[in-house]
Every structure is written in C-alpha cells, then in structure tokens.
Design a protein around this ligand. Sequence first.
Ligand SMILES: *Cc1c(COP(=O)(O)O)cnc(C)c1O
Length: 381
Amino acid sequence: MYQEKLLLIPGPTPVHPRIVHSLSQPIVSHVSPPMVKDLKEALVNLKEIVFCDRGEAFIVAGAGTLAMEMALLNTVKQDERFLVLSQGFFGQRMADIGESFGIAHDVLQSPWGEVVRPEQLEEQLAAHDYAAVVSTHVDTATGACAPVKAYADILKGSDSLYVIDGVCATGGIEERMTEWGVDVILTAAQKCFGTPPGLAILVLSEAAMAKRQGMGSIPAYYSDLLRWLPIMKDPAKYFSTPCVNEIRAFAEACRIVLEEGMEERFVRHHRIALAFRTALEALGFQSFTHTENLSDTLSVMAYPGGVEDAAFRSTLAEKGVIVAGGLGEVAGKVFRMGHMGNLSFAQVEFAVAALEDTLTELGYAFEPRAGLAAAKKALFE
Ligand SMILES: *Cc1c(COP(=O)(O)O)cnc(C)c1O
C-alpha cells in the first residue's frame, strides 16, 4: 500500500487535502471565468498576505529562482549596481543571476548560522550607491532569519529599492511590505503556502513598478513583468499559457492562509518551531543557527555524538518523516527540518514520536518521552 510520508524538508511542504482537491479539478480554459476568478482572487489575497496596500502582484509558472531573476531584471538596469545581503546559500544565487546578466553587484556575506548586521548595511550604503538591495529572509542552508525590518528601516532614507527573497518565509513569518517600505517580495508556491512546486510569485511596490516602467526594454521576455501586467489586471487576456490547475490550487492555498488569519498563522509557526527545537534539544541535539537568528520556518540542528547522519535520516524516513541533510561545509554534521506551511500540531507530535523511535532504534540513550514532553509544552501551554 502507498504510504504518504510527512515531508519536513525546506520545501516542498505537505499539501493540505483542500489544495490537492483543487489541483485535481478538471482542466478549464486558461481564459475562462473560473480561472479568471481564481487568479484575480489569488492576486488580491497575496497582497493581503504580505500587507501590501498599493502595488502589483504577479503569479507566473516557474519556481523561486525564476522569481529571483524576475525581481532583479525588472528593478536593476544593466549599468546599475545592486547589493546582496547574504547569510548562506541563496544570496550567492542572486549574485550569480547578476553575473549571468552582466549586472554589477557587491555581496555582504555573514558567517553561516549568523546574519549580516544592520550596521554593516549602513556602512556599505555610506560608501556606495545601489539601485537595489536584496536580502534573503530565511536562508535554507543555515536556518538563519535576517532582520529584514531593521534593513528596511535603514533603506527608508535611501534611493535603493529593497527586495526580499521570501521563498522560505512569506506566508509563515511576518513581512509588512507597505508599512516597512519593502519594494519587492518574491516567493514560490512550495514553501510556506504548502502548494506543490510550480510558481514564481512576486509583489512589487508602486516605487518598484515605477522603476520598471522607466527602464524601457530589459534583457528578458518571459520574465518581463510588463508583458505579464495586462494579464494580472485582466486574466481573460493571453500572453503565455498559465499553469491553470496549479494557479487554482494556489488560490485555494491563499484562502487557507487568510481563513487562518495572519497573526494566528505567525503564532502557529512560532509554536511549532519552538516545539521541534525544544524537543530536539531535550534529546541532545543543538541548534546550528545562532540563537538570535532562529527562524520559525526551518531549523538546522547539529547531531549529538553517536548519531550518524545517513542512518538517522533513513531510519526516520522508514518511520514516516523525511528531513533534509546539511549543505556544504556542514554536510553530515547537521540535518535541516522544514516546519512551515499548513502543518498541524498532530503532525508535529507524530514527527517527534518518530524522532524518538529513530534514536531508540539507533541505540542512542535519552530520557524516554523527553522530546514529546517538550514539544507538547511548546504547543499547548
Ligand atoms: C527554496 C529557495 C529558493 C529557490 O526556490 P526554487 O523554487 O527551488 O527555485 C530561493 N530562495 C530561498 C530563500 C529558498 O528557500
């Protein structure tokens, strides 16, 4: 019999039955009333989810990396310069995209597990001019959550646009676009929205849209937001065939987010993060990410002595829970656990029980039920 595993990796995340149901609807025309209604509704709801009062939302077939490319090409001209604030893996990807298109850039890189300090951004801005500053909200390799509000405060007085890569954060951790003065939030379907992979998602402020309008032609065609703008305003128009079912499923995902309520959703993510981390610490694991930089969507945990990475992850998988290995220099020393999207408390308890069973099977000694007790405390007290 097919046994579904609980996917606790940094995306894709578990897909709620309501979202699976909308994916399985019979195909409709990409310009038909049901599709027009769902895309329009998703665009409005998406802006609400990122607290954007004024601006434009875009939902296009692709993934997070396409959203990164679109964000860059539509806000930074070929002869301008941008700054990347990187606390791990995906900041470097943004720099690589700049490299591919010949757009000059600088990178401020923090040590792994930490973040670029706001003062470093301030110093960099005092010495250089940037058309845009790009920062990763939560880095998927290190689990470090950047102080995006503090960066935004610093950038308020500057001419730079502020772009947030929210792929591992948007819809799970607070991002108040208009109030904070963020110009672009880019994300993807398969992380905090709990939809299968397949969408590049962006919200641009009025200032970011004005920048694009003034740029003329850019080195992009499918990625040119001005080609997509008429479709986002009126989805009955055609530019390139959208992935109908995936977009309708994303519309359902946005409904689920707003039905829960943003504040409630942030609190649930926080409780679940705390539950997993306190449980794992009670079992002898340690957070790889520095305490001040922990994220509510993802934890990177270092193994205690005597627990071997491959055996741990494969035994845990047999017990129904999939987690990810470490990347780069910490491969084999840590595992990465995603806990974002539409996770229920029951799923958290199931996962912690599976973690304890795994450690027992591997012959690792710990106080029985210490993990479960810690998790329950974080979830219910
Ligand atoms: C997953 C992720 C990406 C890449 O998204 P893809 O959909 O895999 O292209 C980019 N940035 C961050 C922060 C991510 O977590």
